[in-house]
Design a protein around this ligand. Sequence first.
Ligand SMILES: Nc1ncnc2c1ncn2[C@@H]1O[C@H](COP(=O)(O)OP(=O)(O)OP(=O)(O)O)[C@@H](O)[C@H]1O
Ligand SMILES: [Mg+2]
Length: 226
Amino acid sequence: MFTLKDATMIYDMDKEEKVYAMKSMNISFPDKGLIGIIGPSGSGKSTLMYTMSTLKKLTSGEIQYNGKSLSSISDSEKQRLRRNEFGFVFQRHYLINYMTALENAVVAANIPVSEARAKAEKLLLEIGLKKSELKHKPTKLSGGQRQRVAIARAMMNDPKVLFADEPTASLDHENAFLVMERLKEYAKERLVLVITHDTSIIKDADMTVKIWDGRISDVERKGEEA
Ligand SMILES: Nc1ncnc2c1ncn2[C@@H]1O[C@H](COP(=O)(O)OP(=O)(O)OP(=O)(O)O)[C@@H](O)[C@H]1O
Ligand SMILES: [Mg+2]
């Protein structure tokens, strides 16, 4: 589904101090499965996710999505991909403060509202929110509760690719487990990329990609010896 060919991303190209965030990455990702992306802070994990999801452009090389180079498609086509095929859980989850947890999950759904509310409620309960919390506004939710609202929101439109940047960072072990169980279930049919510092949550990922200083330093596939 995704193929990266010498994918390179340099921030501040026009400045003296350039930052080489991705250095000639070569890799392919399958149509479905759970992919863990690990690596130290600043190694380029989020940048990889941003370029794959069309939010940022590569400096050189290419990323193909279903055989098409992302650098060759129009802005409207990119928008369509982001809206209909990709789901996002960002490192900082952007919730709307005047809406409840449930409304936040429903806000970008492209199905009728009543259907969306039922689906969002089911998702939120599955990943450990309590029924009474669904009507709380983000300011009354903990970091971990907000994070799970962002996860439910990202899954609402059944994206073909779910990009999740540290989806369990503010969760305790038990809730991280619930979220990962749901993501694993989702990854049976779709592609789920999870960036994490916590390798225990991706120990049964189908593929684990290690990033080191802008390069892919190791790829492990399930069933292969470490
Ligand atoms: N907007 C930006 N402008 C300039 N440099 C940036 C920008 N965003 C990230 N960088 C730099 O690019 C490199 C890769 O950053 P990136 O955010 O991809 O790392 P990361 O692996 O996601 O780190 P973390 O685990 O801390 O989230 C870092 O050196 C970072 O300082
Ligand atoms: Mg990051």
